[in-house]
Design a protein around this ligand. Structure first.
Ligand SMILES: Nc1ncnc2c1ncn2[C@@H]1O[C@H](COP(=O)(O)OP(=O)(O)O)[C@@H](O)[C@H]1O
Ligand SMILES: [Mg+2]
Length: 258
């Protein structure tokens, strides 16, 4: 059986003839149903670019992405038709992706209408239920983005993504803009979604989050995967010095001297 989502020989080059940035260099990545994978690496290593390629937002310079064996690009359209709702992305800054004049429940209801073809009060009820599941009360659901905390806004974005009933959620640094308690709420939410069978691609420079949630981890440096494998194994026995450094930078992590 084909993996749920697969990237083969993905490269992305930005710039012009004067200045070229090879953000992603020939990487292979594969996500099986029910699996959660992590993409880690220092800032600028190419994580977000790769995540956008897998989400169908960024066209790779070369290589191809397939969803259950089918190319996600048809001409200029990615994830056409029914495939569209199956892969959803949540961005680092939910402020930028939410309409400042739209109340949380309406923002989610809009997504419900788009993905489920349900309208009016029915869509709103589904939106309230989704937000409730994300831990937002009816009262908070009726607030504008600016009246919500960063963690709540992030959960509104997750609710919008989940309104599509996706099979894959791609989350780019979902915990980086929110405080500690909001982070742990979001992590337990993700754990529940994983238990419900959602496949997740989690991009983060926070290895604590990656260790907690993922089955498999890809370590990215300057556009390349320098190491990939079972999460427990990578954390207990990292092979590359780069990975060892990333791991030893986790707060509270004690590395063995060797
Ligand atoms: N739209 C763009 N145009 C030009 N360069 C870009 C663009 N997006 C990313 N880059 C460059 O590509 C490299 C990888 O960036 P990015 O994927 O955002 O890394 P990360 O998410 O790991 O921090 C960086 O050198 C960045 O400056
Ligand atoms: Mg990034």
């Amino acid at each position: 059986m084909a993996p749920r989502l697969e990237g083969k020989n993905i490269s992305v080059t930005f710039g012009d003839i004067f200045r070229k940035v090879e953000a992603v260099k020939n990487v292979d990545v594969s996500l099986e149903p029910g699996q959660t994978i992590g993409i880690v690496g220092e800032s600028g290593s190419g994580k977000s670019t790769l995540a956008r390629v897998l989400a169908g937002i960024q066209v790779p310079t070369s290589g191809q992405v397939t969803y259950e064996g089918k190319n996600i690009w048809q001409g200029k359209t990615s994830y056409p038709g029914e495939m569209r709702r199956k892969v959803q992305m949540v961005f680092q800054d939910p402020y930028g992706s939410l309409n400042p004049r739209m109340r949380a429940v309406n923002a989610v209801a809009e997504a419900v209408t788009f993905h489920q073809k349900v309208v009016g009060n029915d869509a709103k009820q589904i939106a309230f239920d989704l937000l409730d599941r994300m831990g937002l009360s009816q009262k908070d659901a009726q607030k504008l983005p600016r009246a919500l905390s960063g963690g709540q806004r992030q959960r509104v974005s997750v609710a919008r993504a989940l309104s599509a009933n996706p099979e894959v959620l791609i989350a780019d640094e979902p915990t980086s803009a929110i405080d500690q308690s909001a982070q742990s709420q979001l992590l337990s939410l993700f754990s529940e979604l994983i238990a419900d069978g959602l496949s997740i691609i989690l991009v983060s420079h926070d290895l604590g989050v990656i260790r907690y949630l993922t089955d498999r981890v890809y370590v990215m440096e300057s556009g390349n995967f320098v190491e990939a494998g079972d999460t427990a194994q990578i954390f207990s026995n990292p092979q590359m010095e780069y990975t060892q450094k990333l791991i030893s930078s986790i707060p509270g992590h004690i590395t063995k001297n060797r």
